[in-house]
Design a protein. Structure first.
Length: 412
C-alpha cells in the first residue's frame, strides 16, 4: 500500500545519473523533492526537473542547522542518501532522527552483482537487521519464495566514466564549495593514476595467479583465504578496529604463524578494484620473513575468488561481502568485526588463533534463512551505473520509498 504524498530531501548520491532519475520519478508520482549540493559533482548530476536544489558552502558544524531549516521549509518527511559514513551523512542522519525524519540509505548490494541495498537509518554495521540467529530462523519460513533477479551487464568503463565526470565537475569546488572536504582519503587524480598503472599490469599477473590458484586447489594441503578489502573502504575505516588493510594483514599473518598447522597455507588475494597505492606484495614478503612463514603464503593480485572459496579450509575477513560469498559456498568463515552475517551458526565466534585449528562450517539451514530474509527485506534488484541496472533499480527503489512500512520494519 502506498503512503500519502511525501517530501523527500536528497543528499549526496552515487556518481551516476541514478539520484536525479529517482528524484524525477518521485516528482512524477506527486511527491515533493529538494536536494542539497555539497560539491560540483552533485550539481553535474542533478537537473531542475528533479527538484529544488540548495548549495551548502559552510563548515560541517553548520550542517545540522542548515538541514533543519530546509526540512522545515519543505515539510521534509524522508531523506535519501548514498552511504551512511560520509561525515556530512553522519551529521544528517543524526539530525534527521532528532526531527522525526526517516533516512533511507542506499549502498552496494550485500549480495552481488545484481542487487543493491536500501535500509533505514544505516547499513552494514549500522543495519537494523538483528544480530540474532533465532530471529532469522523464525521469520524466514513465512516469507515468499525469492524471485530470480533480472540480470544485466554493467561494464566497468561506464562506472569509470561517471566517476571521472563527477570529479571533473569538482574542479570548481574551490570557488563553489570552498569548505567542502571529500569523504574519500585519496584524491581522484592519485586514484586514477593508481588504477592506470595497476590495470596495465593485470595482463601479466592473471596467468601467474591462475597457476597459483590451480596449485592451491590441486594440492592436498589445507589453505585459508584472506580476501583484501579496499584500504579506503568505510567498512575498514569506520566499522572496524583496524586502521587499514596493512594492519589487518599483519594481524592475520601473526595469528597464522601462532595457530595454524605447519602444513597449511594462507592465500591473500587483493581486491579487484584496489588502486595499487600500497605495495602489498612487498609488505607480505617482509611479514613472511618476520613470522617465519616462508613458503606458506600465496599472494594474488587477480583470480577467481569463487573457485578459491569453494575449496578453501576457511576464510578470514573483516566485514567484506566476500564473507557472504564464502558462506554461500559452505566455507568456514570468521569476521574480525561485526558485519550482518556474524551470527551464531554462520560465522565462527571464537578467536582467530582458534579458527585455524577448528574451522567450523556454517549451518546450511541458517544460511538459507539468512539469505532469504536479507533478500526480502533490504536487497533490491538493480544497479547504480549502467542504464539497464538503473532502470531496474528505479522501479524497485521508488516502490520501497513510497511504501508506508518497509519489509524489515514489518518483520521487526
Amino acid at each position: 500500500m502506498s503512503s500519502p504524498k511525501r517530501s523527500f530531501l536528497f543528499l549526496q548520491g552515487v556518481c551516476s545519473p541514478f539520484f536525479q532519475r529517482l528524484a524525477r520519478r518521485l516528482v512524477a508520482d506527486g511527491h515533493r523533492v529538494a536536494k542539497v549540493h555539497f560539491a560540483g559533482g552533485d550539481i553535474a548530476y542533478w537537473s531542475r526537473q528533479s527538484g529544488r536544489a540548495y548549495r551548502f558552502r559552510e563548515s560541517l558544524a553548520a550542517l545540522p542547522a542548515f538541514l533543519e531549516e530546509i526540512r522545515q521549509r519543505h515539510g521534509v518527511t524522508d531523506q535519501v542518501l548514498f552511504g551512511d559514513q560520509r561525515p556530512i551523512h553522519r551529521a544528517a542522519i543524526a539530525s534527521a532522527r532528532a526531527d522525526g525524519v526517516r533516512s533511507h540509505v542506499l549502498e552496494e548490494g550485500y549480495f552481488r552483482p545484481f542487487w543493491i541495498t536500501l535500509e533505514q537509518e544505516g547499513v552494514n554495521g549500522h543495519s537494523l537487521l538483528p544480530q540474532n540467529a533465532t530471529w532469522f530462523r523464525e521469520v524466514a519460513p513465512s516469507l515468499p519464495a525469492l524471485p530470480r533477479p533480472t540480470r544485466f551487464r554493467s561494464p566497468f568503463r561506464v562506472r569509470a566514466t561517471h566517476d571521472v565526470l563527477y570529479h571533473l565537475a569538482g574542479l570548481g569546488n574551490p570557488v563553489l564549495f570552498p569548505r567542502y572536504r571529500n569523504h574519500a582519503p585519496v584524491t581522484a587524480p592519485v586514484e586514477y593514476a593508481g588504477y592506470l598503472k595497476r590495470f596495465t599490469q593485470l595482463r601479466f599477473w592473471k596467468p601467474r595467479d591462475a597457476r597459483r590458484i590451480a596449485s592451491l586447489i590441486d594440492e592436498p594441503r589445507p589453505y585459508f583465504v584472506l580476501p583484501l578489502q579496499l584500504n579506503s573502504d568505510a567498512q575498514i575505516r569506520d566499522h572496524s578496529d583496524f586502521s587499514g588493510m596493512p594492519e589487518v594483514i599483519e594481524h592475520v599473518m601473526a595469528s597464522f604463524a601462532r595457530g595454524a598447522s605447519s602444513d597449511s597455507r594462507l592465500c591473500i588475494k587483493n581486491h579487484p578494484l584496489d588502486m595499487g597505492l600500497i605495495d602489498y606484495a612487498g609488505l607480505i614478503a617482509r611479514l613472511e620473513r618476520r613470522y617465519g612463514l616462508e613458503g606458506r603464503i600465496v599472494y594474488l593480485e587477480s583470480g577467481d575468488l569463487n573457485a578459491l572459496l569453494k575449496h578453501a579450509t576457511g576464510t578470514i575477513t573483516v566485514n567484506s561481502t566476500s564473507g557472504i560469498v564464502a558462506l554461500e559456498h559452505g566455507c568456514p568463515t570468521i569476521a574480525l568485526s561485526r558485519p550482518i552475517y556474524r551470527l551464531d551458526g554462520l560465522a565462527f565466534k571464537g578467536t582467530l588463533d582458534e579458527f585455524w585449528r577448528q574451522p567450523t562450517p556454517p549451518d546450511h539451514d541458517l544460511f538459507r534463512c539468512f539469505h532469504k530474509t536479507v533478500m526480502h527485506t533490504v536487497q533490491l534488484n538493480g544497479g547504480f551505473y549502467c542504464r539497464p541496472g538503473i532502470d531496474l533499480a528505479l522501479d524497485h527503489v521508488t516502490r520501497r520509498l513510497e511504501a508506508e512500512v518497509s519489509p524489515l520494519e514489518a518483520l521487526l
